[in-house]
Every structure is written in C-alpha cells, then in structure tokens.
Design a protein around this ligand. Sequence first.
Ligand SMILES: [Zn+2]
Length: 105
Amino acid sequence: MGTRAICRDCYREVLWTVTDAGKRLAVDPEPDETGNTAAYRDGTGTFRSRRPTDELPIMAWEKLYVPHVATCTARQRRATQKRPAVLPPGVLDLTAYRRRAGGRS
Ligand SMILES: [Zn+2]
C-alpha cells in the first residue's frame, strides 16, 4: 500500500501518516517548516506522525509537515459556502441537533 494518495476533495497529492493514536492523518507530501506535524517513515514504510511538544521536540529523523486539511482547497471552499437558510423538508439539521444533544460544555 502506498502512503501517497490523491485527495478526493481537491485531487492534490497527499501523504498518509498514522498518528500516535493510530489515526490516519493526511499531510501535504512536501515537508514544510511551518507545519505543526512531525513525521518520519518507520521500518515498514509507514509514515508516523505526531505533534511535537516541549518535552518531545522534533527529532533529527523527523520532518515537519502541514496537515492537508489546512491546505485543502476543496475543504476551504466548502467551509466558506453559505448554508441554505432553510433546509429542504425531511433533511435533519445535524449540526444543530448535535449542538443541542451535546449539552453545554
Ligand atoms: Zn484536499
């Protein structure tokens, strides 16, 4: 399995990494010093990523990457899109529902 893939939102190349928590995180394929995610390729060819901290700063074998969600043009476009003022009948406003159901935090 390759670690590079095409983002299905913006069709740009992304690099799939696996975080400390075992979650998949897509980052831009080229290292970027302004990124907030440290990643390296482990012995099996999997890219491991994590957030550098004061206790565990970036290591010599790691490089900084930018999470793809920060640069994905398709996601940005969607985020700026206006939601329809009135939802079509039968469509549940999940965002509002979750806000209500999630309680006050
Ligand atoms: Zn994208």
